[in-house]
Write a protein that binds this ligand. Structure first.
Ligand SMILES: [Zn+2]
Length: 397
């Protein structure tokens, strides 16, 4: 839903329109116009279009409600998109507390109820036959429906977000909140599909197809929420020491470059890292390239002490660091792999992208095949479609 046609921005949030939106705009216009058929074609279609546009204006304000509350909590809102099933605000990260998550969730329906009250009262003041009054009353009803429908307690609806916040508050676990709200969303989605298809097939109600389609959309979204959150949880619970491999060799820092080269330079499978140690302490890393770039005449004279890159100047993580931290550190430094340190500061392992995927594979549904894990290791990259670096950025307890 992130793609679309940018029509402007509000409070610094880009407003996008997905192409599927034009389909629903046309359907809504014709649906509303048909209820004013007695007014003649020009007026009924104008009213239909006006109400359809006001419907989406209402959706926009609803999404703006969520967005402004999220922004007041210091959370970035990437965009608001109108599409086939209404609107969606792309909010970058989760609120810090269940209370704040509740506020973001409830803000949308509150905006809808607010519009309902204002327009409802407004339409009462205007004479019964006033065109503006009729439109206002209709849009008021629409907002009431928007508010109530969104409070259905299953993800991806706002009611699902409220349920998530409540379970989060009770259990203290955001992950439990999301998983339960996602499950409810899936069940409600399946009920909508079953109800919609039955009413369409048995009673010939074509509106049922629309309900089934919304149900299917809800199932897909709830499943995505659940998968995304499981991955976030796995990224936080898996520690660097669970993922690291021991692809390094400890060498004596007192050796000359010549001695080092004779022993290791021609190895068939060189290690990505050589750790130079002296007096039982790991000093830093020696890279084959640093030796190659040192003049040959110096090889007999210089020791590894001369070319070692101190551990303090290398990007490292502690063995207790979460996999999310590992990924974030590797991505922000564009590193091929990272060194893992024990609490006393000695090198205990290394992690590359293949190691990350391997450690996560048991938490992933659908699981990653051995072949994909192997390819990740060889190419030092994450499998396509598994947006690990993006998810790691959002991972928080
Ligand atoms: Zn909402």
């Amino acid at each position: 839903m992130q793609t679309g046609w940018r029509i402007g921005s509000l409070f610094g949030i880009p407003l996008l329109i997905d192409y599927s939106w034009f389909v629903i705009l046309a359907l809504a216009t014709s649906e509303y116009a048909s209820s004013y058929g007695s007014w003649g074609p020009a007026l009924s279609w104008s009213a239909g279009l006006a109400i359809a546009l006001l419907l989406f204006g209402s959706v926009l304000l609803h999404e703006l409600g969520h967005s402004l509350v999220a922004m007041s909590q210091g959370i970035k809102v990437n965009s608001i998109t109108l599409f086939l099933f209404g609107g969606v605000a792309s909010i970058e990260s989760e609120s810090k507390t269940p209370g704040q998550a509740f506020q973001v969730a409830i803000a949308g329906p509150l905006v809808s109820f607010g519009i309902f009250l204002i327009l409802g009262l407004g339409s009462q003041v205007l004479p019964q036959t006033n065109l503006l009054g009729i439109v206002a009353e209709r849009v008021a009803e629409i907002n009431l429906v928007l508010g109530v429908f969104n409070l259905i307690p299953g993800l991806p609806l706002d009611g699902g977000q409220v349920l998530k916040a409540a379970i989060w508050k009770i259990t203290g676990s955001r992950f439990a909140g999301v998983q339960w709200a996602a499950k409810t969303g899936q069940v409600l989605g399946w009920l909508a599909v079953a109800f919609g298809l039955t009413s369409c097939l048995l009673a010939g109600e074509y509106g049922g197809l629309w309900i089934a389609l919304i149900g299917w959309f809800a199932i897909r979204n709830a499943t995505d929420y659940s998968r995304f959150t499981s991955l976030q949880e796995a990224l936080l619970k898996t520690k660097a020491c669970d993922a690291m491999s021991r692809e390094f060799r400890v060498v004596n820092a007192d050796s000359t470059l010549r001695e080092f080269a004779d022993r290791y330079l021609l190895e068939v499978n060189p290690f990505p890292f050589y750790v130079a140690a002296a007096n039982g302490r790991d000093l830093g890393l020696v890279s084959i390239d640093d030796i190659r770039f040192t003049e040959r005449s110096q090889w007999q004279i210089q020791t590894l002490h001369n070319i070692v890159k101190p551990l303090e100047k290398t990007s490292t993580v502690s063995e207790k660091a979460s996999l999310a931290e590992v990924i974030n550190t590797m991505e922000s430094g564009q590193l091929p792999r990272i060194i893992v340190l024990s609490p006393i500061g000695s090198v205990v392992g290394t992690i590359d992208r293949g190691d990350v995927v391997k450690a996560l594979s048991k938490h992933l549904k659908p699981t990653i095949s051995e072949a994909d894990i192997k390819r990740s290791k060889e190419e030092n990259s994450y499998p396509q479609g598994l947006q690990l670096s993006a998810i790691a950025k959002t991972a928080q307890d």
